[in-house]
Ligand binder design. Sequence first.
Ligand code: FEO
Length: 458
Amino acid sequence: MSAIKLKENLWSVGVLNPSLRVFDIVMEARYGTSYNAYLLTGEKNVLIETVHADYFGEYIDNIRQVLPLEQVDYLVMNHNEPDHSGSVARLLELCPRLQVIATKAGVKHLKDITNLDLPCRAVAAGDTLDLGDRVLEFIPAPMLHWADSMFTWDSRGKTLFTCDFLGCHFCEPTMLDTGIHDRAAYEGEFAYYFQGIFGPFKPHVLSGLDKMPADAELVCTSHGPCLTETIAWAKENYRAWATPAPKTKRAAFVVYASAYGCTKALADAAVKALEEEGYEASSADVTKAPLAECAEKANEADVLLVGSPTINRAAPKAVWDVLTSIDPINLKGKAAGAFGAYGWSGEAAPMLHTFLKGLRYAAPEEPFRVLFTPDQIDLDAMADYARSVAALCTVPVDAPEEKSAGGKWVCALCGYIYDPAEGDPAHGVAPGTPWEQVPASWSCPLCGVDKGMFKPVE
Ligand code: FEO
């Protein structure tokens, strides 16, 4: 790919990788990806990010299509994962007077990644860089999706550089959302990228959205096309995906394997006990239910019980497949336990128990095991064990949602009534949108107050 002029004084100098199919070992890249980088030109010239080390030559060629390398003054690193920082060391060899700008965490990462003492400036919230003809503002956005992440805002160009945020693995040679031919494919990848990269950091996503300047007209991401006409669409989707659904009951999931029905009997006793405790409880046999379904329920569960017989001194692979699909970032307040019936030595339940504790679930001291067929005493003990795990759960539950007649809500300040049947299409809320799904960023179309000022219509 050549350098592409995105607008006056702004060039895309990144590279495409259309043949990539697995990103970072774990993530599918059905349509390849792009390693985006940008060059802002003017009184001072600024590079925004580098590219994967394998594409250094093409990156340098792209920069040179715009100006000689020696004329670049700054390198801004919004995020330093090696797909973006991989070429920093080699770039500094060619441009030793380049000053590198990153957050404090980013500076540390860069030094550890390159093993070099780089000429870095660490920036914090509100810090700026005066380029003469424009001023860049730095907006730290931690955990989007690394601690070092930040946005860079060019208010003159109304351009926001967000690195991974709002990006996706997609090859779009025009580098603009206006050039996407297969819109459905792009939207699928955009959603998949959110789930894979930002799904574990939803509260930070909401915070990041709130930090985005409202007048941004161009959002330059680090993968996939830049956003212009789809900025509002992208933000709305991120907000919807990151906003937690109201929870009035805790969820419990009992997932198990059972060769001869003994561990299943324990699982059934656990489900019954958890239902009696007021949980929304369900169970699944890993050899019958799809892995994706088991993984989703395991991730949604506030209380997780994992059961397995012991086969050749271990739990079978299907059980581990579920456990290794758990997002370990969002387990605060959640509790888990392990159980199983066994015939000889019974290693499976202790192994599962150790793994769950390693994920940092709250867990009892010991797993629960039964030799061969559980009798009523064993089943009662299993129920007690399930209750003891549930007692460790501290995930908060919401008060039941106050229902309004007809689902309408009224603005306490000006009297505007929100009717779900009509929505507010002029402000991006489609007809049929219930109040609970109206984005938190929506405000009263008459007086401008936020959702918190609305009351249910009696
Ligand atoms: Fe695209 Fe988090 O690196």
